[in-house]
Design a protein around this ligand. Structure first.
Ligand code: SAM
Length: 285
């Protein structure tokens, strides 16, 4: 089901339909050769209910708030941003935060599972009714009407696109929903470090102490396959495209963004291998 930017009255209906869809995808499915799965459409099969529920249960939102601090909120406020389109809502962490900080926020995701969970989280964390829109980035403007001061694409989400054509299309769609002086904030894992420094650099990322681990199980220039393990020994995978920093910066400029600034783990200066995450801030004018 696709929904255009909705009035608040439409939202519960959208969420209810999404919840029933969510129940239809119980298992991850990568086929006979998981390393061959390099497909921009596959993300909806990867975020199955079990994975989404488990992740959200264990990754403490409070701790995430603390580690991120006010980085994004300050960045947006310093630019006078009032309206934000969160294009990678996931389970709603950033959307809820933005709503709480007074931003007029619309929450988009291409995964029905994720949107259902985000909607539920919005209600549970402060009784917020998120404005959710089920849309794929590549056809964003078909489903989202209106212009925003900012688009945020956070939590290493852009990595789900496997072809350059899809990346360009998605960025062009983000560009188009922005006002003339709008800003796009897009983050990614530091894949350069993982690709360039061999297996030793492919360290395990620990969340919640050692309860949840994420580690690259396989990496080449076209695929980073990560394994996520939980305390009950269950494991899930995500197949992602390992985006190089300068490549993303170039694409951002080529689709029309005038100025691109890149931060490492929320800092302006950083060594090439140090940060786990890179944050690109791209300005339209
Ligand atoms: N931003 C959230 C966070 O930080 O917790 C979620 C991040 S999650 C890694 C990536 C999200 O991007 C998923 O919810 C997925 O469904 C969404 N996504 C991936 N490819 C997409 C696409 N082509 N169109 C719309 N959403 C997409």
């Amino acid at each position: 089901m696709k929904d255009s930017v909705a009035s608040e009255a439409d939202v519960p209906v959208a969420a209810a339909a999404d919840i029933s869809r969510a129940q239809a995808h119980p298992e991850q499915e990568f086929g006979a050769d998981p390393l061959e799965v390099r497909d921009s459409d596959h993300y909806t099969d990867e975020y199955v209910t079990g994975f989404v529920e488990k992740w959200d249960e264990l990754i403490d939102w409070k701790k995430r708030y603390e580690s991120e601090g006010k980085f994004f909120v300050d960045l947006l406020k310093s630019r006078g941003v009032k309206s934000v389109l969160d294009v990678a809502t996931g389970t709603g962490f950033h959307s809820v935060r933005l709503v709480e900080d007074g931003f007029d926020t619309v929450s988009v995701d291409g995964s029905a599972e994720m949107l259902a969970k985000a909607f539920e989280n919005g209600l549970n964390y402060g009784g917020h009714i998120l404005q959710v829109v089920h849309a794929d980035w590549r056809w964003l403007n078909r489903d989202v009407h209106g212009e925003f001061d900012a688009v945020v694409c956070l939590g290493n989400s852009f990595t789900h696109l496997f072809s350059e054509r899809d990346r360009r299309k998605a960025l062009a769609e983000f560009y188009a929903v922005l006002k003339h002086d709008g800003v796009l904030i897009l983050d990614q894992r530091n894949y350069d470090a993982i690709l360039d420094n061999g297996f030793s650099s492919k360290h395990t990322y620990y969340y919640c102490g050692e309860e949840v681990t994420a580690e690259p199980e396989y990496v080449d220039e076209g695929l980073a396959r990560f394994r996520y393990q939980f305390p009950d020994k269950s494991q899930y995978h995500l197949n992602m495209f390992p985006l190089r920093k300068d490549y993303v910066r170039r694409l951002l400029r080529e689709v029309g963004f005038q100025r691109v600034e890149t931060f490492g783990d929320f800092q302006e200066t950083f060594g090439a291998d140090d940060p786990d995450f890179l944050i690109h801030v791209a300005e339209k004018s």
